[in-house]
Design a protein. Sequence first.
Length: 304
Amino acid sequence: MIFKDYYKILNLETNKVTAEEIKVAYREQAKKYHPDVNVGNRNAEERFKDINEAYRVLSEANARKRYDRMWNNYVGKKKAKVEDNTRVKTSIVGDFFNIFFGTLDNKKMEAKTATSKNAKNPIKGENIDTEINISINEAFYGLDKKISLRTVNGTMRSFDVKIPAGIQNHEKIRLIGQGKKGENGGKNGDLFIKINIQDDDKFKLIGYDLYKYLPITPWEAALGTKASCSSIDEEVNVIVPKGTQSGELIRINGKGYKDGKGSRGDLVAEVKIMVPTDMTEKETELFKDLSQVSHFEPRTMSAK
């Protein structure tokens, strides 16, 4: 049997590490040697398999205890030289791994190693993670979308994705069996698609609330008014109180985005006072008259 230093595989100097440190080390190594970023690199592919095997053993408490006893003999006590495991064949890798999960005992290991090179155990294909961007409107109503991904051999592969109405931001859609192909009759991996909902020129999504601007005139702000405001699926009337300032928020309950539980967030209208730029003579005269009679001095008002 060829001993493999799982801690070294995960770039850890010692076995005196926490479960969280093992998890962090695994993520770093898996990202570095992932086949998608090392296309055609057979050594990287074998290394990636070793990294996954190392994590599966070290992340399981009982398996780790059994492995640590062996590790102390080979590494901790310097009784044997640790061999470079990046070129170990997959069949031997599988046998060494099985020791820690009880599928092989030490007495059977020696006899099995002689024939392990010819063993062809089913291996499940790896999962694939990707992400796509969709608009708020598309997310609210749902849609069927076709996406294309480049495979390991460089060819393009298309998928039809059904995005349900009201999907949540960063939620993942799983396409079973659409990941990498399994080996030796193993099942294919799955494809996970993370959905990123993008803000647009009408709405901004914050949690379940939809934010938008509500333009009003200076006289509407001063006198108060009832204004029409577009939500994502209907027109609603908004009461703008007398003396409303630019930047104030008006909340309309239940007119926002779907929360996935049968309810909706709110529509939040941010008041934006718009000043006319192309006025008639009459309008200009009225503004001049107002400037003469008004005592309003916003620059001298104390900050609230």
